[in-house]
Design a protein around this ligand. Sequence first.
Ligand code: IFM
Length: 439
Amino acid sequence: MIPNRAAFPQGFVFGTATSAYQIEGHAFGGAGLTHWDSFAATPGNVVRAAHGAVACDHYHRLEEDLDLLAGLNVDIYRFSTSWARVLPEGRGTPNTEGLDFYDRLVDGLLVRGIKPAVTLYHWELPGPLADRGGWCNRDIADWFAEFTWAIMGRIGDRIWSAAPINEPWCVSWLGHFDGCHAPGLRDIRATARAMHHVLLAHGRAIEVMRTMGLTNLGAVCNMEWSAPASTRPEAQHAARTYDAIYNRFFLGGLMKGEYPELALAGLQPHLPTGWQDDFATITAPLDWIGLNYYTRKIIDHAPGPWPNYAERPGPLPKTQMGWEIYPDGLRDFLIRIAREYTGDLPLYVTENGMANADVPGHPDTARCAYFGQHLAAVQHAIAAGVPVWGYIAWSLMDNYEWAHGYDKRFGLVHVDFDNLQRVPKASYHALAQCWCRAD
Ligand code: IFM
C-alpha cells in the first residue's frame, strides 16, 4: 500500500529523477569524452564494458520521456546536466547543441507543468579535466564555477531548484578509494583531496548561482545506515568510522564547517594544506538539503590499515543490487539530519528506489512495496516534526547503472535496451495514481 498525496502535508512535492550520462546517450549532440567513457573502456571495470554512448537515447526521445513524466503526475523532475555536453573540453567554448538540449528539456518540463530541479554534476567529468588530476586538483573548484556560469547562464532563469553535485561520497570515495567508479583510483591521498575539493567546488558553484540571483539552492548527499555487526567494541568503532566517512563528513563540512574526528583519523595527513580555510566557501548558506537513501550496511572490524572496517551480509530481504531493504534507516536519517545538522531547513528525499530483475508484463510488487514502506518512513519522520518537503523516486526509467552496466533495473519504466522501447511498470501506474491531483 503506497500512501497517496492526501496523506502528506499541503505543498509536499513528488517527483522522479535521472542523470545525464545514465540516460541521454553521450555519443550524440557533440558531447566531449568523459572519465566514465575511459573507465568503461578499460577491461574489468564495468559489466560487459557497457558505456553511456547510447544509454536510453533520451537525447532523441526527449518528448516521449517528458510525456511519460507528465503521465506520472509528478510535481518535479530531478535531472542532471552533463559538464562535457555543455563544455566538451571541460572549459572554454560551450557546445551550442548541448545548451540547446537543456533549454528544450527545461521548456518541455515547464510546458507540462513540471518544476525543473537540476543537479549540475552527476559524475561524468570531462576527460581533459581528468587528465589534469580531476577532483584531486584544487583548480577543479574554479573549473566547476566556470561550468556553473555556462549552464546556469542558459537555463538558470527557468529552474525551480539547483544542487551543484550529486552524492559527494560517490564522487570521492567510490571513485578514489574503492576504485569501483571512475576514475578508478585506490589511493587514500587522492581520496582525501577529492572529498575536500568536491565540497569546495560545491561552495564555489553556490557562490556563482547566488551572484546570478538564483534561489532554492541545495546539496544532495547519499547516506547508508551503519549498523555494527556485533556488540564487540571493535565492531562498534568500525560502524562509527563508516558512519563518519559516509554520512557525517559531507554534511559536517557543509553545515558545520568541520569534519568528524573519526574521519580525520585517517584522512587528515592527506588533506590539502590550509583545508580549514576553505570552510568559509563550503558553508555557503543553503535553502534545502537532499538525502539519497537506499539501504543500510552491517559493519565489522577488519584488520589492516585505516579505516579498519568490512561489510558483512545482513539478514533482511535484498534488492537486485544485493542491498538490504531497511526503510527505518530513511526515517532515522531524516530525524538525525534535522536534529544534528539542519534544524528547520527543508529536507527532500532526492533519491529512493530499488533495482529489480523486472520482466515486462509481470507484477512489480516488490518495487511497489519498497515505495510504500519508504514513503511511510517519510510520514513517520514528518510526524516526528522533521520538515520533509518532498520525495523523489529513483528512477524514471531503467538506465546505465554505472559499473553494473544495464543489468540492474531501477526504472518505473522498463527499457528494452535492444530497441529502446519504453513500457511503464506497475509501480509507474501505482505512483501515478497516488500522485494524481484532486484539482
Ligand atoms: O543510479 C544511481 C544514481 O546515479 C546515484 N544514486 C544511486 C543510484 C542507484 O545506485
